[in-house]
Ligand binder design. Structure first.
Ligand SMILES: Nc1ncnc2c1ncn2[C@@H]1O[C@H](COP(=O)(O)OP(=O)(O)O)[C@@H](O)[C@H]1O
Ligand SMILES: [Mg+2]
Length: 281
């Protein structure tokens, strides 16, 4: 059974704007999935269908195999936690700690459990030292981490992040990627995130859906998607720089294996260089 599945999901906004057309999406347990697409592709609309903020105009959204209904929506929202693109929409308490406690308090947990979860969540995202600050005055990277802590304190099985790195500086982006990776690898959370920055995708995701004008135009593993440069360009996305560089070098008969992340590329270049020195001796 998949944790989240959409079958032929179509969603039309009032005023007759159809933002999603026949979307078939699957998130198996422990998956790390990226939904990539340029502005207006439908990423945020899709994510809002994952926990019943929007209900399908037609088609179905299944969570743990069950369609979302009025009756199970509370359970669904415990299970699927969404971090919205704009942290200001999600943060409103007078202190960081109170803000992180908002979700677990609403779940009706006992104070000891709430305290434990809030501190664990703040530790995970590295905001313990700012727990008494006013969220409103924090940097955008800090606000984003507060919003994430508030969601993970509810211990969802699936963490959905809508453009989590938008508006962050480079260090903020790296920190956030490390947090998301550890939530996946150490805590076994299923991760779904959206972005239009393709260079980030291989650092976290293993499977990609490419979205354009409310439709999935391609889906596959990193290697399946990232070598389709024309397709990516046709939907106004960048071609990731590392595979593009390696492919151009391969065309010049430099025998490099393909790599998608910075770490892999560094290893591949080093090994190829060492191999060539051995060969020369
Ligand atoms: N509240 C709304 N009412 C009408 N149309 C909307 C609304 N929100 C988004 N849309 C439209 O739905 C489409 C998808 O938007 P969105 O899901 O926000 O895309 P993305 O998150 O990929 O940028 C766009 O054409 C957008 O203009
Ligand atoms: Mg969006």
């Amino acid at each position: 059974m998949h944790l989240i599945e959409t079958r032929d999901l179509t969603f039309t906004y009032p005023g007759n704007v159809t933002a999603l057309h026949h979307i078939n999406f699957i998130a198996p347990r422990n998956a790390r999935i990226a939904v990539i697409g340029s502005n207006g592709a439908g990423k945020s609309t899709l994510f809002k269908c994952f926990n019943g903020i929007f209900m399908p105009t037609s088609g179905t959204v299944l969570v743990r195999g069950e369609p979302i209904t009025r009756e199970n929506i509370r359970e669904v929202r415990k299970f699927v936690g969404i971090v919205f693109q704009n942290a200001d929409d999600q943060i409103f308490s007078p202190t960081v700690e109170q803000d992180v406690a908002f979700g677990p308090t609403n779940l009706g947990l006992d104070p000891e459990t709430i305290h434990h979860r809030v501190h664990e969540a703040m530790r995970l995202v590295g905001i313990e030292d700012i727990s008494h600050r006013v969220p409103h005055h924090l940097s955008s990277g800090e606000k984003k981490r507060v919003a994430i802590a508030g969601i993970i304190a509810m211990e969802p099985e699936v963490l959905v992040l809508d453009e989590p790195t938008a508006g962050l500086d480079p260090q903020g982006v790296r920190d956030l990627m490390a947090i998301i990776n550890s939530l996946s690898k150490q805590y076994g959370m299923t991760i779904i995130f959206s972005t239009h920055d393709v260079s980030l995708v291989p650092e976290v995701a293993e499977y990609i859906y490419v979205m354009n004008r409310g439709r999935f135009v391609a889906q596959g593993t990193i290697s399946e998607i990232f070598l389709q440069s024309e397709m990516l360009q046709s939907v106004r996305l960048d071609v990731p720089v590392l595979p593009k560089l390696i492919r151009n070098l391969q065309k010049k008969n430099i025998p490099l294996p393909m790599a998608y992340t910075f770490e892999d590329a560094e290893r591949v270049f080093t090994e190829t260089y060492q191999e060539s020195i051995r060969h020369d001796r």
